[in-house]
Design a protein around this ligand. Structure first.
Ligand code: ADP
Length: 263
């Protein structure tokens, strides 16, 4: 559709611009970090100027994290789509996610033990989960509950209607829910646009969800948001479910090899 085309053209332009700026900026940051390191080494433990130098270092480190994010966004990453089990991917991220959200937020998982497989780039899927978890954390400044759920779902004609590139069929769904501040309809309408952020100058880049959107769409899936101000938000990502390949279904060579009833 026109809207989608415009969005992807915008993303591409932003990506090219951001990549160029981020690269040069990163070189300057190396200089800032290098000199503040030198300064810190020169200053004695008791020198009150140490704190100033540490502030410079701290800000430079934050800026470096930001440019890394911009570079990751703009880079045409080499995708390595592989067969993935999302339960395992999330489980592997458990320790990191817990550290990320802190002690005031409870982490719960609810895995479908019969979850189907998907084909996607693991690093990218991890980035999507990470971005969604960071947003959930930022929405729960006074604590709360973050739930990650997986399930097999069937998307019918009605449910794919709003995204023309989506096909009717079997999907694997991964939902990340928070009990945070939630979002107005107005905010929900602009959520996935590059540089849309309500987090304030120096806090958000507004690239997190735009990146998630790009990754999930590239994998043939979709991302949807359900939210209510004051109650919380749920982001659901859908990825096409792989049908069990014939290699995985063992076919007995001679009939009668399997006991009746197990076929
Ligand atoms: P950023 O996090 O840098 O602001 P994002 O693209 O990740 O950029 O998010 C855009 C905006 O969407 C956020 O600034 C915030 O207003 C809103 N948002 C995203 N996730 C949530 C959430 N879980 N709860 C409330 N608001 C959210």
């Amino acid at each position: 559709s026109d809207e989608k085309l415009r969005q992807s053209q915008k993303m591409e332009a932003v990506g090219r611009l951001a990549g160029g700026v981020a690269h040069d900026f990163n070189n300057l940051l190396t200089v800032i970090t290098g000199y503040s390191d030198l300064l810190l080494r020169e200053l004695s433990e008791a020198n009150p100027l140490r704190e100033d130098a540490e502030q410079i270092q701290h800000a430079a480190a934050r800026a470096a994290a930001l440019t890394r994010q911009l570079l990751a966004f703009s880079r045409k990453q080499v995708l390595q789509p592989r067969v993935l089990e999302l339960n395992g991917v999330v489980a592997n991220m458990g320790a990191m996610l817990r550290r990320l959200i802190g002690e005031d937020i409870e982490l719960r998982t609810s895995f479908d033990s019969l979850l189907g497989q998907v084909k996607a780039d693991q690093g990218q899927i991890e980035q999507v989960i990470l971005n969604l978890a960071v947003n959930a954390r930022d929405a729960m400044l006074h604590g709360g509950k973050l739930t990650i759920q997986t399930a097999n779902v069937y998307l019918d004609q009605k449910s794919v209607a709003r995204n023309r590139e989506l096909e009717v069929g079997e999907y694997v769904m991964l939902a990340i829910s928070d009990t945070g501040v939630g979002m107005s309809e107005e905010i929900q309408a602009h959520l996935f646009e590059p540089f849309f952020s309500t987090k304030g100058v120096g806090k958000g880049t507004g690239l997190g969800l735009a990146t998630c959107y790009g990754i999930v769409c590239q994998s043939g899936g979709d991302i949807r948001v359900y939210s209510e101000p004051g109650t919380g938000s749920t982001f659901k990502i859908y990825l096409p479910r792989l049908l069990t390949s014939s290699a995985e279904i063992s076919t007995p060579k001679a009939s009668g090899e399997l006991p009746r009833g197990q076929e």
